[in-house]
Write a protein that binds this ligand. Sequence first.
Ligand code: G3H
Ligand code: ZN
Length: 281
Amino acid sequence: MLTPTGELVADVRARGGAACAFNVITVEHAEAIVTGAEAAGCPVILQISENAVRFHHGRLAPIAAAARAVAMAAGVPVALHLDHVESRELLDEAAPNGFGSVMFDASKRPYGENVALTASVAAACHAAGLWVESELGEVGGKDGAHAPGVRTDPAEAAAYVAATGVDALAVAVGSSHAMIDRTARLDQGLIVRLRDAVGVPLVLHGSSGVPDDELSAAVRGGMVKINIGTALNTAFTGAVRATLGDRPDLVDPRRYLTPARSAMAETVAAALRLLSPALHP
Ligand code: G3H
Ligand code: ZN
């Protein structure tokens, strides 16, 4: 069932775990994420990024409608989140397309600009009924806040949340986007200090590159939303490659998308079993 993101996150947090948010690129991603969540018996967040919208010819509505329909038919609570948005125009499309939340990403901007822009976006989004996530890192390097060495300062994070009014904060603690091996090491001590300094839920981006033990420790330390994207694509593409490798005669996409979707669902279920409390334990 479609559930507001804020409600879903608060419920999972109250039960001592994290909400996992998985990136949707195609309809098969959305179906796989919900299948995995149903298998694990956990709530889940479907998130569509500005980059994914660009892939869909810049049109949010069709992929959002598909994800929303998949969410509404699900046997577990499912939230819809618009991720890594830099465009104000795209933010305006979130509520009308059924999203419960957005992540406004001004993390590459200098601190003062990030604060001013995020505060104004958060006010507008709250007026539209949306839960708002934003990001603060110590900007440096071409990858911005998610360059591996970048860290969020706890005192600055507390001031930032108070000044912007955001509902959740993505922090830089050692993860990095789009890793295809799981070798990232998180600054677990910093996660605890950030949790103690910042009242709102903390969000970990780039979680595909983080091994299970580090993810579990991060949730124990205070991470409440865990964003996973690349791991699904690794599963999807690996299954397609294995299916097509020695089958030049195979042309029906259902023949290779079925194992690809199953591989993603298994990845989703494994992450949820590790990090998220089941609805009926
Ligand atoms: O916002 C999305 C996530 O940060 C996904 O990162 O693709 O490295 O898992 P990832
Ligand atoms: Zn991210």
